[in-house]
Design a protein around this ligand. Structure first.
Ligand SMILES: Cc1cc2nc3c(=O)[nH]c(=O)nc-3n(C[C@H](O)[C@H](O)[C@H](O)COP(=O)(O)O)c2cc1C
Length: 277
């Protein structure tokens, strides 16, 4: 049930909700919008968002719970500073991040789009540095054992994963970068945009986290380690058998501060005119 309801005292019959409804389930047959057949609703909530008078509620969401957007968006300069100033952080304070800040970042990141609005992501967070230390230690010890017993599986990063425990014993942390936390995002195996959704989610998470003063780094090495070498850890990480690990990100309070952007010059773009010769 969608629980689509229209406040007829507010509705001005403008039809914007019906016009913006991608699967065209909203109809303006009479004076007010209706949904005669709920089956193909994408649950995108565009109808609630687009209504100029806040007349529409759906799926338990009402305009009163929404934030108005007028005069609320950051300026293009602010967005550019965030995007250009975002860096991969590889030095962290050894402390837990503020749980309220992390909660806010996760709640905002959950607004990332998913293909066909499937919203099937499974987000696993290690938000406690003691757990992260124990997890990190177990990963390196398992890699060490595989190397010692000559059982490291064949994979394109075999050499790195064989060498990583030795570096860790010397106080380096080539996989985890001493980050106190990590995020593992997986997506349902049958989600329409299986690979893309996790990456988009993490891009949202990263920008929101860095806007709140947190440091982040994408962690291909942890992703490959779990996918190629230690997949037996995935169920213990709570990743459902129905899901595929999409990617990993490390984060925490940064122990490094970047003072300026680096300007990469004009973007190299291939501009196309059609018909092409
Ligand atoms: C998909 C992806 C995977 C990455 N994996 C790692 C990683 O495993 N370890 C690491 O230290 N940095 C990793 N990085 C960070 C890149 O090295 C970094 O983005 C690049 O050097 C540019 O630096 P910047 O992010 O500060 O602009 C990864 C970045 C991306 C986008």
């Amino acid at each position: 049930m969608l629980h689509f309801s229209v406040d007829t005292k507010l509705c001005v019959s403008c039809g914007l909700c019906a016009a913006d409804c991608l699967p065209k389930v909203i109809q303006m047959a009479g004076r007010y919008p209706t949904i005669p057949n709920e089956e193909h609703c994408m649950r995108c909530l565009h109808c609630l968002a687009v209504c100029p008078t806040g007349a529409i509620s759906i799926l338990g969401h009402s305009p009163a719970q929404s934030e108005p957007l007028e005069n609320r968006l950051p300026t293009p300069e602010q967005v550019a500073a965030l995007m250009k100033g975002r860096r991969s952080v590889r030095a962290y304070k050894q402390e837990n991040v503020n749980p309220a800040l992390l909660r806010r970042v996760l709640d905002v990141a959950a607004h990332a789009p998913t293909g066909v609005n499937a919203r099937r992501l499974w987000v696993t967070v290690i938000d406690d540095s003691a757990s992260m230390n124990a997890f990190r230690q177990e990963v390196y010890e398992r890699l060490e054992k595989l190397t010692r017993e000559n059982r490291m599986p064949e994979n394109p990063r075999r050499q790195f994963f064989s060498r990583a425990p030795e570096l860790w014993r010397k106080g380096q942390n080539p996989i985890f970068r001493h980050a106190p936390h990590c995020l593992l995002v997986s997506n349902a195996k049958d989600a329409p945009c299986q690979e893309q959704d996790s990456l988009i989610y993490l891009s949202y998470f990263e920008l929101m986290a860095q806007s709140g003063g947190l440091g982040t780094v994408w962690c291909g090495l942890l992703y490959w380690c779990l996918r190629l070498v230690l997949p037996e850890l995935l169920p213990r990480l709570g990743i459902p058998a129905t899901h595929e690990l999409g990617y990993a990100m490390l984060f925490g309070s940064p122990a490094v501060r970047y003072q300026r952007t680096v300007e990469r010059g004009k973007a190299d773009i291939h501009r196309l005119r059609w018909p092409a010769r």
